[in-house]
Design a protein around this ligand. Sequence first.
Ligand code: ADP
Length: 622
Amino acid sequence: MAEESQERIEFKTDVKQLLDLVTHSLYSHREIFLRELISNASDAIDKARFAALTDPALLEGNADWGIKLSVDKANLTLTISDNGCGMTREELIEHIGTIARSGTKAFLEQLKKAGGKDQPELIGQFGVGFYSSFMVADLVTVRTRAHGSTGWQWVSEGQGSFELTSCEHPGRGTDVVLHLKKEAEEYLETHALRSLVQKYSDFVEHPISMEIEKKDEVLNSRQALWLRSKSEVKPEEYQEFYKHLSHDFNEPLKTIHYGAEGTLEFKVLLYIPSKAPYDLFRKESFKGLQLYIKRVFIMEECKKLLPEYLRFLHGVVDCSDLPLNVSREILQDDPRLTQIQKNLTGKVLGVLKDMKEHEPENYLKFYREFGPVLKEGLHYDHGHKEQISDLMLFESTKSEAGALRTLKDYVRDMRLAQKNIYYLIAENRSKALASPHLEIFRSQDIEVLLLTDAVDEWVIPALGEYDKKPLKPVNQGALDDSDVKGDEGNLKQWNKTYGALLKSLQTPLDENIKEVRLSTRLTDSACCLTSETGGMTPQMERMFQAMGQAVPKQKKILELNPKHPLLEALQKIHAKDKESAILTDYARLLYDQAILSEGGALPDALHFTKKVSELMVKALSH
Ligand code: ADP
């Protein structure tokens, strides 16, 4: 019968790639294989134990949850056994034959870009899990049986394929048998295994036992770290637990450990990583926290415990007031989870404030990695808007590159009479600094915040004001003349002089430009584009275009500098022939120039270069 069901199955291409990379690039971190396999075993037990809450039939036979390590020195094998949920044949194929997780492709590409070198941070972020066995083994056998199913055996050399056969398996659960490579024989030694378990898996709740001198010995202390008092936990223990939770190889930047008492009692252990994962801005990077109820593991990724803008956190919440036997779906709607989330948000924002004040360097590290995510809170969390706005850091026209300012700094340093806080959104600092919109602010010594995060576009308008001072973009709407004193006195006269010229310049641009007008906001440049208050900024337009969405056509305003010599020159041509083709050409050129100065792409670059070349020839042949 075993013969009949034998089947060889090819790994999916991405598994092959992953296996290849894992076996070749992670060599110096190969000892983590044990942590990964123990962690899978522990998860499988958690699953079975959770299912047994509602289906006690699962307890029959083996309710002494545990993980066992056994060594066969003669055959060079190390076996990791558990009495967890086991896998059906389909689950075996599904879970350890494919990579089901999204983002795999992106991950593999990043790894390849890194040249297949030792890249533990990347692999760590992704968590290679089971496949790490092939760092130490040249043959892996998995024997498993799920509740109510028959046993199945999976064998692979970690090359192109695996073999499935049915097999006898005494109880529910899984054995992973590693046929160790010659150079990994050290993992047959008791002291090596004991020290690995203590290093990486000490806090695993289920006993990890091993037969030592004919007696079973439990290798881990099994203490739930979050339930211990802070003073008892060693820094290394916090760090190892973090690595276990996050699969990150780096140390965490900050550990937050506290207990809440009162109407709702719970313990919280949270970590802020020191590096952002590569997929921080993908929807699926929001995992939530692990939820335990009275030490019993309930859910791996409980999203209700965190607002999305704190998705960079890893951690555990253990609540003693939640009922143990409810379904996860019902639990997700429990208002107590919202209550915990609120408490936790307040706590984390408090810790960040503290870091900002007392450990500015660490805070800066945090901010550079996760600032843009935290900013999303300005939009989504009105209750904490003020707190979050005080945590924001910005580049500004008054700071050196890289030295960041707060809104508080801005307000403290502005003139007493200044009413608004000014900002400019741009792709990066140097593009921002090149913007003609800054000219008048520079000439009047008014600070402008330079916002360069993609999220600024929608979160800053959501913030609206700070310390009762409205936040105003410098490139939208008219300037507030109580703050910015342009040459308004002369504007009337200039409008008279150039009125007819402006109309002639407008006609060829009608399709794209709502109005050509004179402006006092320019001191050096000839022209710039502005939009009406509340209109879309150039970055937002580009973002929508990049997402393949139709951007509603918004006509801009082309503003010209009346003091620029170009205007006088154009005026002369206009006086001779107000329908001159030169005016049409120049109108287009001014428009193109204004687009370029805000970092935009020209609708017809060829036309622009042709016209500029013509002009160059003309200028030289004068
Ligand atoms: P991860 O554990 O991060 O999901 P792995 O590659 O380590 O990734 O494991 C893939 C899947 O295989 C697991 O999610 C689980 O469903 C299944 N699995 C692995 N080991 C076991 C085990 N000991 N018992 C039951 N299922 C397991």
